[in-house]
Structure formats: C-alpha cells, structure tokens
Design a protein. Sequence first.
Length: 175
Amino acid sequence: MMRHVKIPTVRTQTASLPVRSTAGSAGHDLCAQLGSPMTLQPGQRKIIATGIRLALPGGTFGMICPRSGLALRHGVTVLNAPGIIDHDYRGDIGVILVNLGDEPFLIEHGMRIAQIVFVPVDGLNETARGSGGLGSTGLSGPAPSMPRDLPGDRQSDYDCALDRFDPIIGDGAGS
C-alpha cells in the first residue's frame, strides 16, 4: 500500500525543488545551490549545498544517490553513496561529490548533481538530534546544536507518496 505523507520543506530563495525527471523515476533530482560556479578537480571532493531542508516523517529516510550520467560521462559521483538523510535531520541537504575522472568538472548553480530516494523503515524512534549531520555526532559525546532557520528561507509542505515527491501548489516561493 502506498503511503502519502506531507513533508515540511524549507528552501532558500534560489534553491530548486527536488523533482522526478520522469513519472517512473525512483529518485528526485537535487540541484546545486551555488553563488558562483565551482570546479571540482580530478581527485577532489567537496560538499555541495542544495538549499533544501526536509522534515522527513518517522518511519522514512532519504538516500542520496549518484546520477548515472555524471558518473559515466565525467567520473563525478556521490562519495558516501548512498548518503543517508535520517528522519530527524533538519539541516541543509549537502551532497559530497568527488571527481574520479581525468578532467576538471564545472558545477554550476541549478545543475542536477544527485538524487534523493525516499525509503520506508520500520522501528524508528524519535530523537533529539536536530540538524546535526555530516559527522556532527563525532566519534563520542553528544552532537552539537545547529541553527534551525536561515535568513530568506521559504517554507512549504509536499504531498508525498514514498515513491513520489509532488509539491503542493503555491509554496509561497513565487511558483
């Protein structure tokens, strides 16, 4: 049975919403949120902001996966694939890209750099993690607290089946 859920979402003023490229796509494309283009040199890795924050419901998580065309044509992939977005994470979704190719790779604002797949899970308990992520929990001790709101953020909800990510019309973002 398909479960529809609303996913509260916050995005920066110029961030692109995650969308499926086709009706049959499992993943929803994530786009780079950059002030200016950046080059990923061969062997180099960088975290690329998406400008998107999600409040995934308990019982789900997101997997950040590579885009096959970037990997095949350019050797650019998600380093920690799949990157896991836990339901209690509230920070910006960042994508750790690595250039395994032989040529520099130019990343531009709005470029589709990865995809997120929503996955149901049984047995998740509520936590106090907040927006700690990308190693913020460290090797021991409690995770540091992180800011919840960023200036210029826009909030919206998404009506989402676990294999779909369909925005509710009128997210207040001028769409």
